[in-house]
Design a binder for this molecule. Structure first.
Ligand SMILES: [Zn+2]
Length: 432
C-alpha cells in the first residue's frame, strides 16, 4: 500500500532560493519539451513523448537550450532530478491527452498541455533516484541533493516509520514549502471491528457534522472567523487592478487564508474520522457528486464539497485499518426530505428550514439530525452491505424517489448538466 507522508519544510533563505531555482528548472524543462513536441507535430513528424524519449532529447539539447546570454550552460546549477520531473509531468500530460482523445481515459476530457507561466504554476519538483530523503541520526531533516540538509517542522523519520521511500515531491503552497514522501507500507491487518454499532453522518454548513445518535460537532469559532476573513480578502482581491503589485499581494493573502481555513478543517475532520473509525462497527455516509464539485464557485459550497471529499477519503483508509465497515449511500437518496419516523418524503425543503416538520406524523426534528438518521437507516439496509464500494440504491427509495440534488440550491443546475435529469426520469418512470 502506498501512502503519502507530507511535512512542512523550514528552509534557510539560501535554500529557499535554491528550491525556487529547482522548481523553475522543472518548469523550464517542461516548456522546452512541450515546444519541441509542438514543432514535431507541426512538421508532420511522429512525436515521441515517452519519458525516455524526452529525456534523451533533453540530454542531447540541454547545452544549447539551458544557457545564459553568453552561451554558458546554467543547467548544472540544479539537480538533474528537477529537469527530469518537468519532463515526467510533460510526458504524463501528453499521454493523458492522447488517451482522452482516443476515449481510453475516464473522466473529463483532457486538453493538450499548455506552457507553464511562472506566476500561474505551483512551484514543484521531485526526486526519484539518488540519495535523497531521510538522514540517519537526524530525524527532523531531509536531504535534498544540490540543496542540502533542510530542516523539517516535525520528526519526519518517525512519520515514515521505517517504510521504503519511493519518491519525494517538493512543492510550495501559500508561501510554504512542503515535502511529500511516497512510502510503501505493508497492507494493514484490520483489527476486530469495534462494537459501537452503526452511525450515520450528515455534513452541514452551519455545523461541521451531525451524527445519527444526536451528537453535533460544531464548527469552532476560529474556523468561522477564518472563513469570514477569507471572504473579505477575496472581495478585496477582486477590486485590485490586474497585473498590479497590490493585486499580487492581495492574491497571496487570499491563498494564505485559504490554506489556513483548509488546514483547520482538515484537522477537525481528522479528529472526527479517527474517533468514528475506532468507535463504530458500521459507518454510513452519502456519496457525493465529484464532477459537480469542480464546477462550483460559491465559497460555502466549495468548502463543504472539499470537506465531504476529505471525510470520505479519510474514512476509507481509516476504516480499512480498524476493520469498520463503510457504507456509501446513493447520492440521489432523499435523506433531507424524508421523515426519519414515518418515511414520508417532502416535495420541497428549502435550505433555510433548519427544523424538519413532518406533516404525516407530526415529527419535529433538527434537519441535519433527520438526515443523519436516514443515512444510517439506508446504510444499514442489508442490500447496501457493500463495504468500501460504490453505493447501492436502497430499495426503500422506490417508495418516493424523486428529488435529485438536495444540498444546495446552486448544485441543482450542475446536476442537470451532468445528466442528472436522465437518471431522474428513469427513476420516476419506475416509481410512477
Ligand atoms: Zn413523519
Amino acid at each position: 500500500m502506498l501512502e503519502a507522508v507530507k511535512v512542512a519544510l523550514d528552509p534557510t533563505p539560501v535554500q529557499e532560493r535554491l528550491l525556487v531555482a529547482h522548481a523553475g528548472a522543472a518548469r523550464f524543462a517542461f516548456n522546452a519539451g512541450l515546444a519541441h513536441v509542438k514543432t514535431m507535430i507541426d512538421s508532420q513528424e511522429k512525436p515521441e513523448w515517452s519519458l525516455y524519449a524526452l529525456r534523451r532529447w533533453w540530454n542531447a539539447n540541454k547545452n544549447t537550450l539551458a544557457v545564459d546570454g553568453n552561451g554558458v550552460p546554467w543547467w548544472p546549477e540544479n539537480s538533474k532530478e528537477a529537469y527530469n520531473s518537468g519532463l515526467e509531468s510533460l510526458s504524463d500530460a501528453l499521454m493523458n491527452w492522447s488517451k482522452s482523445r482516443k476515449g481510453r481515459r475516464k473522466g473529463r476530457r483532457v486538453g493538450f498541455p499548455k506552457f507553464r507561466a511562472r506566476n500561474r504554476t505551483t512551484p514543484r519538483f521531485a526526486y526519484t533516484t539518488g540519495s535523497y530523503g531521510l538522514i540517519d541520526g537526524d530525524a527532523n531533516a531531509l536531504k535534498l541533493p544540490r540543496i542540502g540538509r533542510v530542516h523539517c517542522m516535525e520528526n519526519v523519520t518517525a512519520r515514515v516509520g521505517g517504510a521504503r521511500v519511493l519518491r519525494m515531491t517538493v512543492s510550495r503552497h501559500a508561501g510554504r514549502w512542503h515535502a511529500s514522501l511516497t512510502v510503501e507500507r505493508a497492507d494493514p491487518t484490520p483489527t476486530i471491528p469495534s462494537k459501537g454499532g452503526a452511525v450515520g453522518i450528515d455534513l452541514g454548513v452551519r455545523t461541521l457534522a451531525v451524527l445519527s445518535d444526536g451528537t453535533m460537532i460544531a464548527n469552532p469559532r476560529t474556523l468561522n472567523m477564518g472563513e469570514r476573513r477569507l471572504k473579505h480578502a477575496q472581495k478585496a482581491l477582486s477590486r485590485k487592478t490586474k497585473g498590479s503589485n497590490r493585486r499580487h499581494r492581495a492574491r497571496e493573502r487570499v491563498s494564505r487564508l485559504h490554506a489556513r481555513v483548509a488546514n483547520q478543517r482538515r484537522d477537525l475532520l481528522d479528529k472526527l474520522t479517527t474517533r468514528l473509525a475506532v468507535t463504530y462497527s458500521d459507518i454510513c455516509i452519502e456519496d457525493l457528486n465529484v464532477n459537480g464539485m469542480v464546477r462550483n464557485h460559491r465559497l460555502a459550497k466549495a468548502i463543504m464539497d472539499a470537506s465531504f471529499f476529505e471525510l470520505r477519503r479519510q474514512l476509507e483508509y481509516k476504516t480499512a485499518r480498524t476493520g469498520t465497515r463503510l457504507h456509501v449511500i446513493d447520492r440521489w437518496y432523499p435523506s433531507s426530505k424524508r421523515c426519519s419516523n414515518c418515511g414520508k418524503v417532502k416535495a420541497k425543503l428549502s435550505l433555510n428550514e433548519r427544523v424538519y416538520h413532518c406533516d404525516g406524523c407530526g415529527l419535529i426534528i433538527d434537519r441535519d439530525l433527520n438526515a443523519a438518521i436516514n443515512i444510517k437507516v439506508a446504510g444499514s439496509a442489508p442490500e447496501t452491505l457493500n463495504a468500501r464500494g460504490a453505493g447501492v440504491r436502497p430499495a426503500t427509495l422506490r417508495g418516493g424517489g424523486q428529488s435529485a440534488v438536495k444540498r444546495e440550491p446552486s448544485s441543482r443546475t450542475h446536476g442537470v448538466r451532468l445528466g442528472a435529469n436522465t437518471r431522474k426520469s428513469v427513476l420516476q418512470a419506475k416509481t410512477n
